[in-house]
Design a protein around this ligand. Sequence first.
Ligand code: MSP
Length: 664
Amino acid sequence: MNDCADGKKSGFYLTTPIYYVNDAPHIGHAYTTIACDALARWHRMRGDDTRLLTGTDEHGQKIQQAAEKRGMKPIELCDEVVVNFRRLWEVLDISNDDFIRTTDDRHIEVTQYFFRTLLESGDIYKGSYEGWYCVPCETYVPEAQIGDERLCPDCKRPLVRMSEESYFFRLSKYQDALIEHYETHPDAIMPKVRYNEVMSFMKSGLQDLSISRTTLKWGIPVPGDERHTIYVWLDALINYISALDYPEPGGNWEKRWPDVRHIVGKDIIRFHAVIWPAILMAMNLNPPVRVFAHGWWTVEGDKMSKSKGNVVNPFEMVDVYGTDAFRYFVLREVPFGNDGDFSELGMMSRINSDLANDIGNLLNRTLQMIEKYRGGHLPPPSVFERARDVDFSLRDSAVRTLRDMDSQIDDFALDAALKTLWALIGAGNKYIDETSPWKLGRDDPDDRLDVVLRTLWEVLRLSAMLVFPFMPGTAAKIQRQLGLAGDISRERHAEWGWGNYLEPVIVKKGDVLFPRIDVVKWKEDYDARLASRNAEANPNSSPPVAKIETARLPQIEMDDFKKLEIRVARIESVQVVENAKKLYKLNLDLGFEHRVIVSSIREFFTPEGLTGKKILVLCNLKPAIFRGIESEGMLLAAEAEGERGEIISLAVVDDDFPVGARIH
Ligand code: MSP
């Protein structure tokens, strides 16, 4: 690694996988790229000389067939669809330094150079490949995908046993070297669960790998034997170094390759942590410093699939929620490395709580007070001479936040880094409550207000810098509202210090960063979008009709109704009930008292989605015990039978309505 004497890295190189160019971009693609972007932006601010690469994977059977269907040449199709990814990275504010396509000349040349070199050294040899082949699809089907009936998983027609001449890479030769490498570099595959998976796969024995096809036309020709094309995965992996002018003497690769890190989804870890490092070793190049595999997203508990119509389209998410809210949500919601479940309800809740409430309020309240009490003029840092313990303690938290986030980012723990920053934002809000500046605005015998205002401004100035890698647009807005000029991306951690901005500042309160989402309107919009997505996925099916219970009940007297004590309650927190799949324990605030109820709504909502909601509760229902927990009431919800089972909607009231209020 090229670490400088001051701890900065001089060749930090991060890559996303290259995406199949013909696929419609979805949340999985967006996720890896957003994560890489946040890491790259953090490292730039850390002072590391950083490079971020992404691109598209453009060879293979599928592209060839899709192009044939449309009566185009494969390259024409690629040129047309590559804009989908390029546009998505613009929309998502991705700061990649390069975009490689496997159809670029620079890539084709390097791939053929790899092939020639390995053929000369004997690590590639000619042999024969035997396997199950689908003639109409012109493709070999891996053993693992073949059922007892031996049908093609795509077209369902019978497979035939075929054998053909093929070039092979001597993967088996590198088994021991790889195992030894990973034993001495345990951080080279992260998280640990993937490290263990790869190690046990390698210990079960590696076989040589067939790396050419005579049946595939749309690929890079094997140099000197053009009946063969190079296996698409080998071609694809080489992109990481072909984008660095390899093997040109003095090329970018000399500086970057020693410090390369790949971020990929867990499904493609073996390609990156077994095949790729073996090829690099065979080329006398270092294996990647780290391969980090993140988990997979499901959508509201379901696997994502076109036919289910539940593919999360990142363009749509940005349209509805904004780039930064989407970036924040995917990075914050799931520990990086784990699987996660995406739900718009979850996203909407986080926008209202973490963004509108926490960071939005801190900025708003601070700027409002600086404007109201000081006409927008920020008190100078010299006021810190009068600082007290409560102010020092917030300053110390700020300094610690930068240090802690930096070490979390070193481990790629993006979610944890965001939590750390939000703890500081929470401390800032608490500091406002404790120091009550609005009281000082009226009566300030100890001359405290200036110190309080400057302290809050300092917390926000740091927060803007620290939030930038995750939400670049928001960070720039905060910075402008704080009265700071300049390009925030040029800020450097080492240049930041509490109170070290000495210029006079006039703050400029602007638009609210994240307007609160109205839950009722959101639900209407969400349902409408869901219905149109469903209609698109299944154009011939009628729109889903929910079945409702139509049986009527006998009439009751007004007095009967008056016996019901229904009140507005706020859900303070939600816990899952152990060993009960459907149950949540809800802690409710009724204003004048707190209550616990147990409710069987777990399969419909996430705890985050429920927390903070104001719902209606029947309070004078006789208590009942569920799994040992006493339930003191019942929440009101509408129920119906939807297309895929029961659906429910909670009876909610407006956010600003007082808790405890009775329904008459
Ligand atoms: N072209 C290959 C990668 C070659 S890299 C030398 C490829 N492309 S892909 O477009 O199918 O997938 C790209 C990435 O998206 C992978 O890292 C994959 O894990 C990720 N995801 C695809 N679906 C996903 C989810 N549902 N959730 C999270 N990420 C997932 O594979």
